[in-house]
Structure formats: structure tokens, C-alpha cells
Design a protein. Structure first.
Length: 354
């Protein structure tokens, strides 16, 4: 059984918040909604939950039409980026509240609360009230409450955004494992492609209220069907440039010539948009077919293991993401190497053609 959205739309006057959308989320699946702020993720989740009603379309859950059913009549949990807790309850009672409403035994409530508190590092704080907690601790309390409820549909709207880095990384690893043995449908909204890749499952990419692609996460990332999907699913942003294929050469950057490489070998001669992910552009020579990228260094961001270099290339900003420390001086001219075999090519319509 599954959650099905059939031609769902959401309008407010002349504004279209969700364009016609059809999705099937299988029972027991982990699904990611990936898009920038205001792309429609929260609206779509609230429609799934019954918090908002669609302007048109049908919602089916486990074969039943639930389009007009209010959220109070559904077994749904939702966690927002901004934590929501009962201020007069202890942490324990906040987590236990949906279980008490469901009439569970005291022993079962205690078992579930303690298990969730252990996972979310909340055991020392169970007697405290939300006002005595940090923002991250309050968000962990809200997540724990959603976990213990054992809902049919669990909606997580950027729930880790307010947590500290270390705990966020730990929970990114734990969340998919936590839901793996359940029959619940989990939907996780994020602006970060790295989170989608880490969680796996299925990913829907959203742009301005449109689902541009939906499918297994790795497949959606590796084989975007259009330029918009590739742009949504790339951080740092995917590098693009107009390109003309002539025989076994590519002409770009005002006449710079690259070998066509394997990705372009099947294309007819003509004009396209080339796309290269930042980790396919490097200060070091790449294996296989290489193209040279020359530009002025705008910004260099160095971490303990990676370098992110922003270049002005023929009036456009290109980004390189590479392992190691490459301290290129801002304002200097730099030559980088592009892995041409990894390039994506898009038709003028935006559709990916190779």
C-alpha cells in the first residue's frame, strides 16, 4: 500500500504554489523532497498530512481517498525546522504525549520514551522543561515525540537545521536506520543535496512548485532528466556553459576547444548547454579526457580535506570542489582541469541529451 498524490495542485488566487503533481510513495519507504527555500516542499508536505487541502486532485492512502480528511483524523507525525513543544510539560511528558492520547500502558510508554531519549541524547534532560533547554535540545525533543508515535506517515521538514554540527551528522546516519524496520512512509524535506545522497531511498527534486523528477536517489542524481533537476541536485552549483559540438571537438568559452569525450560522442553536431559538477573540475590533472578551464580566482574556501575554488570564467562563475588543500590566491589567474567524460549535455529546451 502507498501514499498516492494524483494531479495535486495548490493555488492561492492567481499564485500557483504547487503545479500538477503526481507521486506514489510506497509503504515503508524513505523519501526526500529536495529543493531550495520556497520551492514548495513544506506546502506539499502539509497537503500530504491534511494540514492544507489541495485546490484540485486526489490523495489516496492505503487505497482510501483521504483528500478531505483533516490531519486530526490521520495517524501522522510532523516535525518542523522550528521546534514545537508544550512549554508546561517536562521533556519526558512532551515525548510521551501522543502515546498517552493513544491510551498506551505506562510500561509501553516508558519503554518507547526511554528508547527515543537514548537515541537523541536526551536522557539527562527528561525532567527539564523546554525553557531550560537549548534550541538544539528542544528540536531533539520534537523529533523524539514524532519517533515514538509510530505513525503511518512521518513528515520531517528540515528537522536537523537547528542542531549543532556533530549531532546533525550523527542523526543523519541514524535516521534511515531508525525507520528501516517500520511500515511507515517517511518524507524528509531538505535544501541540501548531500543529505539526500546520504539518506538514499527516493528523491523528488522541486523547483518553484514543480516536481522536476522523482525516483531512486542515486539515479536521480546521476541521470537528471533536465538541467533544472541537475541544478537542484548540485551543491556547490553545477557549472554550465553554452557549447557547440563540431565533429570530435567542443567549442566553448569564447572559442576554447576541448576534445568531445565519451559523453558527447553520440551527439549530433550543434549547440548545447554543457554541465559539469564542481567535483569534476580540479586544480590537478584528471584521468581520461581533460578540458582546460582558465579564469580569475574569486574566492578560495579551504577546509581540512577539501578546497572549493570560485573562478570567473569568461564572465561566468565556475566552481571547483577537490580533495586536498589548494591555496590559490584571490585575483590570480588559474588553470583547472575538467573531466570531459563526466560532462552532461542539455538541449536548448533543457532536456538532457547525454
Amino acid at each position: 500500500m502507498a501514499l498516492e498524490l494524483i494531479d495535486i495542485t495548490k493555488r492561492s488566487g492567481a499564485d500557483i504554489h504547487i503545479h500538477p503533481t503526481s507521486l506514489v510513495l510506497p509503504e515503508g519507504s524513505f523519501n526526500v523532497l529536495l529543493g531550495t527555500t520556497l520551492s514548495g516542499k513544506t506546502t506539499l508536505m502539509q497537503i500530504m498530512a491534511g494540514i492544507q487541502q489541495p485546490t484540485s486532485g486526489i490523495i489516496r492512502f492505503r487505497g482510501k481517498d483521504v483528500t478531505g480528511v483533516a490531519v486530526q483524523q490521520r495517524n501522522v507525525s510532523m516535525v518542523y525546522q522550528q521546534f514545537i513543544n508544550y512549554p508546561n510539560f517536562s521533556v519526558y511528558d512532551n515525548i510521551a504525549s501522543p502515546l498517552k492520547v493513544a491510551g498506551m500502558s505506562r510500561a509501553e510508554i516508558d519503554r518507547r520514551v526511554m528508547a527515543a531519549a537514548d537515541l537523541l541524547r536526551l536522557k539527562p534532560m527528561l525532567k527539564r522543561r523546554p525553557s531550560e533547554l537549548s534550541g538544539g535540545q528542544q528540536q531533539r525533543t520534537a523529533i523524539a515525540r514524532a519517533i515514538v508515535k509510530d505513525s503511518d506517515l512521518i513528515l520531517l521538514d528540515e528537522p536537523l537545521a537547528n542542531l549543532d554540527y556533530k549531532l546533525r551528522e550523527e542523526l543523519r546516519d541514524e535516521l534511515p536506520k531508525l525507520f528501516a524496520g517500520r511500515n511507515a512512509i517517511v518524507v524528509y524535506a531538505t535544501t541540501e543535496p548531500s543529505e539526500a545522497l546520504l539518506f538514499g531511498g527516493n528523491t523528488a527534486t522541486l523547483h518553484e512548485g514543480r516536481v522536476t523528477q522523482f525516483g531512486p536517489t542515486a539515479s536521480t542524481y546521476r541521470t537528471p532528466k533536465d538541467l533544472q533537476t541537475a541544478q537542484v541536485f548540485s551543491d556547490p552549483p553545477i557549472n554550465t556553459a553554452p557549447v557547440e559540438k563540431r565533429g570530435d571537438r567542443l567549442l566553448l568559452f569564447g572559442g576554447k576547444s576541448w576534445p568531445a569525450g565519451a559523453a558527447a560522442s553520440r551527439l549530433a553536431d550543434g549547440r548545447y548547454t554543457l554541465g559539469l559538477r564542481p567535483h569534476h573540475v580540479s586544480p590537478l590533472p584528471v584521468s581520461g579526457v581533460s578540458g582546460e578551464v582558465e579564469g580569475r580566482v574569486l574566492v578560495t574556501e579551504l577546509s581540512g580535506s577539501e578546497s572549493v575554488i570560485h573562478l570567473d570564467v569568461a564572465g561566468s562563475t565556475w566552481v571547483s570542489l577537490s580533495h586536498g588543500i589548494h591555496p590559490l590566491e584571490v585575483g590570480a589567474q588559474a588553470r583547472l582541469h575538467a573531466d570531459v567524460d563526466r560532462a552532461l549535455f542539455f538541449a536548448p529546451s533543457g532536456e538532457r541529451v547525454s
